[in-house]
Design a protein. Structure first.
Length: 326
């Protein structure tokens, strides 16, 4: 079987698939002025998505994360979940959501075949949540998290982008919260993009201090699975939940890269920050083009670089995080 392995012997079993770049939040680190459409292209259809995922599965992809923008803004979101989860070879289907419609849909998404859900909760303080996201719906999002637990999801993760002066004082509150909650709490370092340099300079903070604090308090780092994401995961015998740290500015962050991205308009991105992408769309309409599609993906992978070079101050060609699904 052909497999997605690059020139640095990294194996890619994880696909992050964006199905829309539209978002209904105005997060200050991503879309502070709200969503502004910059293209006239239609987003990938259900059939195009099915053909794309089938090709990736035959190349060894085991996990698909459906992203956005906000993926639940697609009316056919549940059908997309079902199509992806029923693809031969795909073992895990996840999504990342802002939680706006989670409470109303958690059970339907679970029933459609969604295995795991990540919810963005950038503060446990309702006022700070409103300040960061532009939405005064903290309680609604948290109710969605509770409803996801009730729906039966085995894995629920809370994503929080670390921002100095905004939510870095919430850390102990977060960790106390997961003492009795089966939730993986993930702190993500703020990343610089083309449009947020001033904000980044003001609010970026490393997650290394959290890591050291956890280790000092008896937390243990877990060994990741081959299709896990980039987080360093920590567990503690006294806590039901876990803590994850995503630190893209840390040394050797790219060494364990195992994921590729496809945008909502059908472009393959080898790195969140690296390049303009390779167009796949002309090969997505028909299953008959699957072998040609696989060849194009394999050829593109040969040009993947060893690093994103964020530590050198480069932000690549990514205008903002919603543009290709974070």
């Amino acid at each position: 079987m052909q497999q997605l392995i690059d020139n640095f012997d990294r194996k890619f079993e994880y696909l992050r698939l964006s199905i829309t770049d539209v978002c209904n939040f105005k997060c200050n680190y991503c879309l502070p002025d709200g969503y502004q459409r910059t293209h006239n292209k239609q987003f990938l259809s259900g059939q195009e998505i099915s053909n794309l995922v089938a090709a990736f599965a035959e190349l060894g992809t085991k996990k698909v994360r459906i992203t956005g923008g906000e993926p639940s803004l697609r009316k056919d979101f549940a059908q997309i979940i079902s199509a992806v989860s029923n693809t031969k070879g795909i073992r895990k289907v996840a999504t990342t959501t802002n939680g706006f419609s989670l409470s109303a849909n958690a059970q339907a998404w679970f029933d459609a075949g969604l295995d795991a859900v990540n919810v963005s909760v950038d503060s446990l303080d309702a006022k700070t949540f409103h300040l960061i996201t532009g939405k005064n719906i903290f309680q609604k999002v948290m109710q969605g998290v509770n409803d996801a637990v009730k729906a039966g999801f085995k894995q629920i993760k809370i994503n929080s982008v670390l921002m100095k002066g905004l939510n870095d004082i919430d850390i102990d509150l977060y960790i106390d919260w997961i003492k009795d909650q089966p939730i993986q709490l993930r702190f993500i370092e703020l990343m610089q993009t083309e449009d947020n340099t001033e904000f980044f300079d003001k609010h970026h903070i490393s997650g290394e201090w959290i890591k050291q604090n956890l280790l000092d308090k008896g937390w243990t780092q877990k060994v990741p699975l081959s299709h896990d994401g980039p987080a360093q995961i920590f567990c503690h015998p006294d806590y039901l939940g876990e803590v994850g740290l995503i630190m893209p500015y840390s040394k050797d962050f790219c060494k364990t890269c195992n994921r590729l991205r496809v945008s909502s308009t059908g472009r393959l991105h080898l790195c969140l920050f690296g390049e303009e992408g390779v167009d796949l769309r002309d090969l997505l309409a028909s299953p008959a083009d699957k072998e040609q599609l696989k060849t194009r993906i394999l050829e593109a992978l040969k040009s993947k670089k060893v690093s994103h070079y964020l530590d050198l101050g480069k932000s690549g060609g990514t205008p903002h995080l919603a543009s290709i699904g974070g």
